[in-house]
Design a protein around this ligand. Structure first.
Ligand SMILES: *Cc1c(COP(=O)(O)O)cnc(C)c1O
Length: 386
């Protein structure tokens, strides 16, 4: 039996170093990183600014205090997020799934304050991925993840991404919240129709149901704006972030508007590690970097170019069914199993991840240059040809 529980199929080489947009194995072989630790290391590996923030925090001697005490980094990070979003308050978690689980609790807590005290249900949509913990698994539309763990948590259901269906389902008396990713990541990089999202915002407001946006994968610069919702012209009631928030350290956050914040009392939720000084100090550095207008413009520009190059590969190879994406978040449906292409690309020194059996997913660091993207695309095309 492997000492690490066998819940993942891992590539064989042992990775020992990181360098910008490359990961390096123990033989010294360099791999161009089109995964970024699954949309986490957006500033690349061994980034000087991130390293400096880590060192500053270590110099304070205060890595952890628990949430029984005040620390400056957590307060500064929360204030920064409030100043740069729709939110009035922030709760820090340790992961994406934990952020969504917390949001579900907050939705139910808020519901108790409405005239409809039986409101409790959480609705997710077709193609969703919100995490692997009990509540979030029930909101995740992936049979293979769900089936071994039935019965799933009650009061959570999945409906079609269709406003007519939602109009029937969103009962003011029973539904507390709808959760949706503006771009579905694990579900195949599906850009959810902005018209659908705007309609959903109007419908949830009309029915007194909260709208939760899960921007754990598509937020924090990935699609060319700091938050994906900025491109939609709507604001959610709650928003969850995690993956790139501290460029690799485990931290997530639930951003909530005033309506939700008002209903939360001491004791309603908790976490031992969440928002500790080391994590928050690094995250505060990372959000300032990821919100830099020059970086966001870079993501939009090289992202659009990358999408065109993928289309070129599709035209030349004839082995692509569809391409979807935005910024530096792309999916490509291929005829062959994605794992076969990923394996051949890996041997040639390119890291890629799938999003379902026949979808290649591209999530490079946001700091990647066009030349580096081009060299990865060359490897990709060669790997697709066999
Ligand atoms: C990765 C992801 C999660 C879960 O985050 P973890 O940190 O792995 O728990 C939830 N929602 C979305 C959209 C994600 O991409």
């Amino acid at each position: 039996m492997p000492a690490i529980l066998g819940t993942y199929k891992r590539q064989a080489p042992l990775f020992v170093r990181g360098d910008g947009v490359y990961m390096i194995d123990e033989t010294g072989k360099r791999y161009l990183d089109f995964v970024a630790g699954i949309a986490v290391t957006s500033l690349g590996h061994n980034d000087a600014g991130v390293n400096n923030a880590l060192q500053e925090s270590i110099a304070s001697g205060l890595i952890h205090t628990s949430n029984l005490y005040r620390t400056a980094p957590g307060e500064a990070l929360a204030q920064w997020l409030v100043d740069h979003s729709f939110a009035s308050s922030v709760f820090f978690s340790n992961s994406g799934a934990e952020a969504n689980e917390g949001a579900f609790k907050f939705a139910r807590r808020w519901a108790r304050s409405t005239p409809h005290v039986a409101k409790h249900e959480i609705i997710a949509v077709r193609g969703s991925f919100h995490g692997r913990l009990p509540g979030t698994l029930a909101a995740t539309d992936r049979p293979a993840y769900r089936l071994p763990f039935r019965p799933l948590m009650g009061g959570v259901s999945i409906v079609e991404r269709d406003l007519d269906e939602l109009r029937t389902v969103l009962d003011t008396q029973t539904v507390a919240a709808v959760i949706v990713e503006p771009i579905q990541g694990e579900g195949g990089v599906r850009v959810v129709d902005p018209e659908f999202l705007r309609g959903l915002r109007a419908l949830t407001a009309e029915r007194d149901v909260l709208l939760i946006l899960d921007e754990i994968q598509c937020g924090l610069g990935r699609t060319g704006s700091f938050f994906a919702y900025e491109q939609l012209g709507i604001e959610p009631d709650m928003l969850t972030i995690a993956k790139p928030l501290a460029n690799g350290l485990p931290i997530g956050a639930i951003l909530v508007n005033e309506k939700v914040a008002r209903t939360m009392q001491p004791g309603d939720h908790g976490t031992t590690f969440g928002g500790g000084p080391l994590l928050a100090h690094v995250a505060h550095h990372v959000v300032q970097r990821l919100s830099d207008p020059a970086l966001l413009q870079h993501v939009r520009e090289v992202g659009a170019w990358f999408g065109e190059q993928l289309q070129g590969i599709a035209d030349r190879t004839g082995s692509v069914r569809a391409i979807r994406g935005k910024g530096l978040m792309w999916g490509m449906d291929v005829h062959e199993p994605a794992a076969a292409i990923i394996g051949r690309a890996f041997d040639r020194g390119l890291l890629m991840v799938s999003a379902g059996e026949h979808t290649l997913r591209f999530l490079p660091p946001l700091v990647i240059s066009q030349a580096e993207l081009a060299s990865g695309l060359e490897i990709l095309e060669a790997a697709m040809k066999g």
